[in-house]
Design a protein around this ligand. Structure first.
Ligand code: PLP
Length: 405
């Protein structure tokens, strides 16, 4: 009876708490801009048409069984997933030096990647990882869980509501050599601010010079620009330049497979022989964590990635999602700057990328939006653009306008 007397009560997860508060709110114009899941123009979850097709193919296949997958996952999924992020003509893949493991979505990829570096990275000094300030909050917990201390590097500059490029470069310069830097491959969460190609190239140069390791997290491929290839540019450029790296990949957002937990971890090694040893150790770690990854989501994504017609259709579905979000950015920007003449500069709304936007409003204003206008958002002023649609965008713009006046 004494066993758990000293367990402290943990606070509820802030995003899930926000959703719960939204659900019980009876106000008819309430808006949920907290959670990072795509919604259609009627605020409904969207099952991608291509996923529906793949699902039908799967269900009508008499040869589908429920056996275990290999420890590292469905081979035709992991190999196609590697090509999707690294490029179909990637020399690293051709040279056989990419270790790909199917994971429990992007979170699982981050965890397995963190566990792997925790065990096997040749740490010069303390076990630490540099995370962008701010970042997806889970990054901190994921690294702490495996005994790696999270440090932060400057990323977002509130003054410009853009990238603190000088701060980021200064951090890369002053960090101990061979430090690990977690980089968002595209559509940075929560800021929506990405480096330009020129900036990425300079970051890569400096990381090479300092011997830093790039721990890429790619949860939004396709969501930034609507183009899968374009959104993979930074990762491919780092591989091309020879920066040591791994990539965490999620199909939650770009395939709308949130609950199916389909993702992959790709570790790029300098040689095939090193890659074989890396794969062997990833298998050992995976075995003790989950034994074998789940089949359903991997089969769906594998069908889509390996069938040219389905792949083309998927690209169109991604354009539908990214296009709607980009259109919401334009409309919000227009409402604020032209119609309402809201004080301040709102160009960041259209300049930021992906599912999220950092509005630049302070915590008091965020709270006021929730309490007075029933608009639910995180106190850091981040809004999920996917929660906006042609029915609620005017109400949101007017509420934001009143909050900042
Ligand atoms: N990484 C980032 C930056 C994210 O924003 C998310 C989801 O919000 C994830 C990883 C992981 O998502 P999932 O585990 O659903 O693939």
């Amino acid at each position: 009876a004494e066993s758990w007397q000293t367990v402290p009560l943990a606070p509820p997860d802030s995003i899930f708490k926000l959703t719960a508060a939204y659900k019980v709110d009876k106000f008819d114009k309430k808006i949920n801009l907290g959670v990072g899941a795509y919604r259609d123009n009627d605020n409904k979850p969207w099952v991608l048409p291509v996923v529906k097709k793949a699902n039908e193919l799967l269900l009508s296949n008499p040869n589908i069984d429920h056996e275990y997958l290999p420890i590292t996952g469905l081979p035709e999924f992991t190999s196609a997933a590697a090509k999707l992020i690294l490029g179909s003509d990637s020399p690293a893949i051709k040279e056989g030096r990419v270790s790909s493991v199917q994971t429990i979505s992007g979170t699982g990829a981050n965890h397995l990647g963190a566990l792997f570096v925790s065990r096997f990275y040749s740490w010069g000094g303390d076990k630490e990882v540099f995370l962008s300030d701010p970042t997806w909050v889970n990054h901190h917990a994921i690294f702490k869980n495996v005994g790696v201390t999270p440090k932060t590097y400057p990323y977002y500059d509130p003054a410009t509501i853009g990238l603190d490029y000088d701060g980021l470069m200064a951090s890369l310069n002053s960090a101990p050599p061979r430090s690990i830097y977690l980089l968002h491959a595209c559509a940075h969460n929560p800021t929506g601010v990405d480096p330009t190609k020129e900036q990425w190239a300079k970051i890569a140069d400096l990381m090479l010079e300092k011997g830093h390791y790039a721990f890429f997290d790619c949860a939004y491929q396709g969501f930034a620009s609507g183009d899968l290839e374009g959104d993979a540019w930074a990762v491919r450029e780092f591989v091309r330049r020879g920066v040591s790296l791994l990539v965490c990949q999620s199909f939650a957002k770009n395939a709308g497979l949130y609950g199916e937990r389909v993702g992959a971890l790709h570790v790029v090694s300098p040689t095939q022989e090193t890659g074989a040893r890396v794969t062997s150790q990833l298998s050992v770690l995976q075995r003790s964590e989950i034994s074998n990854p789940p089949t359903y989501g991997a089969r769906i994504v594998s069908l889509i990635l390996n069938d040219p017609a389905l792949f083309e259709e998927w690209k169109r579905d991604i354009v539908t999602m990214a296009g709607r979000i980009i259109e919401m950015r334009k409309q919000l920007h227009h409402l604020l700057t032209v119609e309402l003449k809201t004080p301040g500069n709102w160009d960041h709304i259209v300049n930021q990328i992906g599912m999220f936007s950092f509005t630049g409003i302070n915590p008091e204003q965020s709270k006021a939006l929730t309490e007075k206008a029933h608009v639910y958002l995180t106190v850091n002023g981040r809004i999920s653009m996917a929660g906006l649609n042609t029915h609620n965008i005017r109400y949101f713009a007017e509420s934001l306008d009143q909050t900042v006046r």
